[in-house]
Design a protein around this ligand. Structure first.
Ligand code: FRU
Length: 326
């Protein structure tokens, strides 16, 4: 570990490119400022499963003290995690699951439950009757599978609501847009789009508008991020009819990692809670989250000032010692 640090925490992130994962990382960094004993070793796999496997193997070779991992695809990543875990390195799985039980703790939202909430919302918004296009995240990742299962399970109670098309958006806005452009006929006759995240819902809506389609009238996503590019703003602007909060778990992951490394007991699973966001509550939520963002920015500024002060102190102290010696 770096000077003054006791533990190296490896973090294997499937991709660092989107707002949700940037929000996760800033949450981690904020929490890390309270744990000076931890050094974060961050690896971004850029949505590439093979690369993520190699990065996990590298972290293992570097003898990190604990691994936090958010897998690009659940099954293919599991073997690399298994091997490190069997060597005795603790593992915290975050957001996307692995398929084996080689981990100490899983932290994440309940994706099946979120899918179910979305299904119930959809049936209600459609008055029990209508055509739905579902836009999938990456099919080999657990949140996409679970969101789909929950959604379908909820809709089973409403025979008048049908999923007429399933598109593969791979979690990405651009991919969702390309797929939507190739399925305009299905979109034209649909009443509602349910996408596994907000950016895909937004992308599909943009394509529908660009092509002058009259429908669909309703668009829903998942994530509900704060900030000018987040889902809260999309609901405020009316580009999304509803979204469901999916917390990133960044702070929690660092807190749990610190507990494990400190020899304290942790639970096998930490479920992060979710709720529906729509016109009825979005204003209050936006105001609250803006305030929180402000406070977090203050904390970050304070942290960097403390860092500067510490450096100045260290230099002055060294100068003093040198002067005394001479
Ligand atoms: C970000 C993201 C989120 C989604 C989550 C699922 O990379 O696609 O939009 O909720 O991952 O793992």
């Amino acid at each position: 570990p770096e000077h003054g640090k006791t533990y190296r925490v490896g973090f294997s992130q499937c991709t660092g490119g989107d707002l949700w994962r940037q929000t996760m990382l800033s949450g981690m960094r904020r929490e890390l400022s309270l744990h000076p004993e931890l050094e974060l070793v961050y690896r971004d796999a850029g949505n590439d499963t093979q690369r993520q496997i190699e990065q996990i193997r590298q972290l293992q070779a570097e003898h990190i003290d604990l691994l936090i991992v958010s897998p690009n695809e659940s099954a293919p990543i599991s073997a690399a995690v298994d091997s490190l875990f069997r060597q005795g390195t603790p593992v915290v799985v975050l957001d996307r699951k692995i398929t084996s039980d080689s981990y100490n703790t899983y932290i994440g939202g309940n994706n099946t439950e979120i899918g179910r909430m979305a299904g119930e919302w959809a049936a209600k918004a459609l008055g029990g009757r209508g055509r739905v296009v579902e836009v999938w995240g990456r099919q080999s990742s657990s949140p996409a599978q679970e969101r789909h299962q929950g959604f379908v399970a909820a809709l089973a109670k409403f025979p008048g609501v049908q999923i007429t098309e399933q598109l593969r958006g791979q979690w990405e806005k651009d991919t969702a847009k390309a797929v939507a452009a190739a399925h305009l006929a299905a979109l034209q006759t649909a009443d509602l789009v349910f996408a596994h995240n907000d950016v895909m819902a937004q992308g599909v809506r943009e394509v529908c508008r660009q092509h002058g389609l009259p429908g669909p009238r309703l668009f829903a996503g998942i994530d509900g991020l704060p900030g000018p590019r987040g889902g809260l703003q999309m609901v405020l602007d009316g580009t999304l009819t509803a979204t469901f909060l999916y917390p990133t778990g960044g702070e929690e992951a660092i807190r749990v990692a610190a507990r494990i490394l400190g020899g304290k007991a942790v639970r096998r699973e930490y479920a992060l809670s979710s709720f529906q966001i729509d016109r009825s509550n979005v204003q209050a939520l936006k105001a609250q989250s803006d305030k929180l963002t402000d406070q977090q920015r203050n904390i970050e500024q304070l942290n960097s000032r403390i860092g500067l002060l510490n450096n100045t102190y260290a230099t002055q102290r060294n100068t003093l010692i040198i002067t005394l010696i001479c």
